[in-house]
Design a protein around this ligand. Structure first.
Ligand code: GYE
Length: 333
């Protein structure tokens, strides 16, 4: 009787510890050195230059030469594709799942499934909003609210220098994918600024989905209605390219000293070039080179270490007054 009882207790303890470990998404063993670490990476899509640079960085860092077998899935900007990809990774019993989430919500169920399978999940770029923070081990990405505040602060300074701080300012706000952290936070920074500047007005919020094509169409239609604007606040460079095309077609001066001011996010090479040419007034940097950071997180987890729950990368900004050819040359993306 005693032995049955202790065996039952033992089993319960074992079951509980397995549950606990899987609830935290911890791996149970370290992967032997001679074996490649199998990683499933669910990428948002290929909507922007930033995204392409991010994919390139991830695939280069998670290469076979570096000890990884990467299973890459491009979700083409659809969350249902990401859910499917993660379920496939679980089915294939990968060692780690890396998720670049399209939006913040909607991950609880699928990440519970990953935890139940004992597969640790790393989040990269945008964040997720889950009830149980143990459903992911670590996140690495940008401080998108800070990026937005950098843009707004630059605009305030610029208007002050021009003596225009109290003049009416009509802002066209082109937004990224609805519900993505990069959208939520960059939008929040602008909304906060409009609250404290009575002369600032957001004349329209256009859902540009982070693509040049969508932004071009929306801005073209908007301008065809005869709307007047002073500033374009565009939540990524590709949407800025689309807006610029529409402004050019409409014969509206932009950039430089007296045109519609263009404020852009990401600071990819082509945008920096536009900045140097005076076509974009401000490029706020968003660093996509997360590959080595994610590889290092995986290595730490595999070694049984607990990396930081959240890691923010350092970022800067470039304005058309201060940018140089050398800065563009030094750009990796
Ligand atoms: O700004 C945009 C991309 O989430 C930071 O997504 C990323 C954003 C980036 O499509 O270009």
């Amino acid at each position: 009787m005693r032995t049955i009882k202790s065996a039952v207790t033992g089993l319960m303890i074992l079951a509980l510890s397995v549950l606990f470990l899987s609830a935290c998404g911890q791996r149970k063993t370290t992967i032997p050195e001679e074996r490649l670490i199998r990683v499933g990476f669910s990428q948002v899509g290929s909507e922007s230059d930033w995204r392409m640079a991010n994919t390139a960085s991830m695939t280069a860092a998670l290469s076979e030469a570096n000890g990884f077998e990467l299973i890459f899935d491009n979700a083409k900007q659809r969350q249902e594709n990401q859910l499917l990809a993660i379920r496939n990774f679980i089915q294939q019993d990968v060692d780690f799942i890396v998720l670049a989430p399209i939006a913040e919500s909607g991950w609880d169920d699928v990440l519970q499934e990953a935890a139940a399978a004992g597969i640790p999940v790393i989040i990269v770029d945008r964040q997720i909003d889950v009830e149980d923070k143990n459903l992911y081990t670590s996140w690495v990405g940008s401080d998108f609210l800070q990026e937005g505040r950098t843009a707004v602060h630059w605009l305030e300074e610029c208007l002050r220098e021009q003596g225009r701080e109290d003049e009416p300012l009509r802002i066209l706000h082109i937004q990224g994918t609805d519900g993505a952290t990069a959208q939520i936070m960059r939008s929040r920074a602008l909304d906060e600024a409009v609250e404290v500047h009575p002369s600032w007005e957001i004349v329209a919020k256009l859902p540009g989905e982070y693509t040049e094509a969508k932004s071009y169409e929306l801005v073209r239609d908007f301008l065809q209605r005869g709307e007047q604007i002073d500033v374009v606040y565009s939540e990524n460079d590709n949407m800025s390219f689309g807006a610029i095309r529409a402004l050019e077609e409409a014969g509206i001066p932009y950039g430089g000293e007296g045109g519609v001011m263009i404020l852009s996010f990401d600071a990819v090479r082509d945008a920096l070039r536009f900045c140097l040419e005076g076509k974009i007034n401000l490029c706020v940097e968003c660093n996509p080179l997360h590959g080595p950071r994610v590889a290092s997180l995986i290595r730490q987890l595999d070694a049984g270490e607990q990396p930081a729950k959240e890691t923010y990368v350092d970022e800067t900004f470039f304005s058309s007054n201060t940018i140089t050819e050398e800065m563009i040359e030094a750009r990796d993306y």
